[in-house]
Design a protein around this ligand. Structure first.
Ligand SMILES: Cc1ncc(COP(=O)(O)O)c(C=O)c1O
Ligand SMILES: Nc1c(O)cccc1C(=O)C[C@H](N)C(=O)O
Length: 399
């Protein structure tokens, strides 16, 4: 299982025949067996057990089981991860907790190129809190230099969703701590792609998605991390009953649960949580460092193949494999139409405004032959100009 040379193992997934899937960084594919597991959860659990499923099918402990599977993938200590809600909601929760740890300061420092929901949530919480709280969003390359003693919270995404540039979690966390700031890492484009070392890097909080490299399915529950040094004192701002010390005591007064348990809010979405639990099978016993090495070899391969076949494209991803995540992006002024033409030929990546063609590279089901085919089809589309048709310019709701 952990032997990266045995990859790709496309048959671990129910991928459609003939498709080269280069978008697992937005929505991971369906793991083989997950549809059947879900069907059992619907029929044999929900259908047959009804409300008894909370105990008899173990639904009530499902979020904790999923959290225990995610923790080692992100280098988190046991009992420091909670699963549920969306990444955006989890960001709100950990931001509120982080702001409370630095009550004398007023600045949330971030990257202007961060995924927009992170900036929107931070703006929203500042408006909600008032009292001079504000977000300072700096150009990506200026963020680290802007860390100073005014910063209450440093909120960064480890891997940039457009370019794939990866920040040095350890160095940045150390710099922020030296200035007295609390650090939140968004692991949306990290978890399941390479080994993340939250505890070893001293991170304070983290959040991330279940539906990208973890393959948990569309809208899969997200996760959050609270460092053990904060877990017993953090006061949850979304103090829901599932985070109460004794939810079924139905006590009118709120008492926070033990440690990270308190960050849970309401009833967990059992069906999507079941899909995520099942998908995480694929990471059991897997050597994430070997997966990362293989991913970087494939990224190098893809960059070389595209640059040889499509000289008009401009690489947006760092060439240095030590500072990138698991996707590769190129710029093209008509990137949207080019990507739709590519998708029409079964090579699925995505487009990110204003001009990014983005390709997620997941060694579990992608190999050199897939990347060569993608580069060849892309080259044909660019050479022939076949992307310049009305149907490829029509914008879909979701890109
Ligand atoms: C860095 C980052 N954070 C957060 C999200 C998404 O948050 P949510 O799961 O709440 O939609 C994404 C992608 O959608 C992302 O790329
Ligand atoms: N979460 C998504 C959705 O609900 C629809 C379409 C795409 C997404 C994504 O995950 C986008 C992703 N975060 C990105 O980096 O582009």
């Amino acid at each position: 299982m952990s032997d990266a040379t045995a990859l790709p193992q496309r048959d671990l997934f129910d991928l459609p025949e003939g498709v080269v899937y280069l978008d697992g960084n937005s929505l991971g594919p369906l793991p083989r067996g997950t549809a059947e597991r879900l069907s059992r959860a619907v029929g044999a659990e929900w259908g047959a057990q009804l409300v008894r499923g909370w105990n008899d099918a173990g639904w009530i402990d499902l979020p904790d089981r999923v959290a225990a599977r995610i923790a080692p993938l992100i280098g988190a200590e046991p009992g420091t991860v909670a699963v549920g809600d969306s990444t955006s909601v989890n960001l709100f929760k950990v931001l509120a907790a982080a702001m409370a740890l630095n009550p004398e300061r007023r600045v949330i420092l971030s990257d202007a190129g961060n995924f927009p929901t992170d900036l929107y949530i931070a703006d929203g919480i500042c408006r909600f809190r008032g009292e001079g709280w504000r977000v300072e969003a700096k150009p990506s390359e200026e963020v680290e230099a802007a860390i100073d003693e005014s910063v209450a919270v440093l909120m960064l995404t480890q891997v940039d969703y457009r370019t794939g540039r990866r920040r040095d979690m350890r160095a940045v966390t150390e710099k922020a701590h030296a200035a007295g700031a609390v650090v939140i890492w968004d692991l949306a484009h990290s978890a399941g792609a390479f080994p993340v070392e939250l505890a070893a890097c001293g991170a304070d909080f983290a959040i991330g998605c279940g539906y990208k490299f973890l393959n948990g399915g569309p809208g899969a529950p997200a996760f959050l991390y609270v460092a053990p040094r904060h877990a017993a004192t953090v006061e949850p701002v979304l103090s829901g009953w599932m985070g109460h010390a004794a939810p079924f005591a139905f006590d009118p007064g709120y008492r926070p649960g033990e440690g990270v348990e308190r960050m849970k809010v309401g009833t967990p979405p059992i069906l999507s949580m079941t899909a995520l639990e099942d998908a995480l099978r694929l990471f059991e016993g897997r050597d994430l460092a070997a997966l990362e090495t293989r991913a970087q070899d494939l990224c190098d391969h893809f960059i070389a193949a595209v640059e040889a076949r499509c000289p008009g494209l401009v690489l947006a991803t760092p060439r240095d494999r030590a500072v990138r995540g698991s996707h590769v992006s190129f710029r093209h002024p008509e990137g949207y139409a080019v990507m739709q033409a590519l998708i029409a030929q079964g090579v699925i990546g995505d487009f990110r405004a204003p001009d990014i063609l983005r390709f997620g590279i997941t060694p579990l089901y992608i190999g050199e032959a897939d990347l060569d085919r993608a580069a060849e089809v892309l080259g044909e589309i660019l050479d022939s100009g076949s992307w310049d048709r009305p149907e490829f310019h029509a914008r879909a709701k979701v890109t």
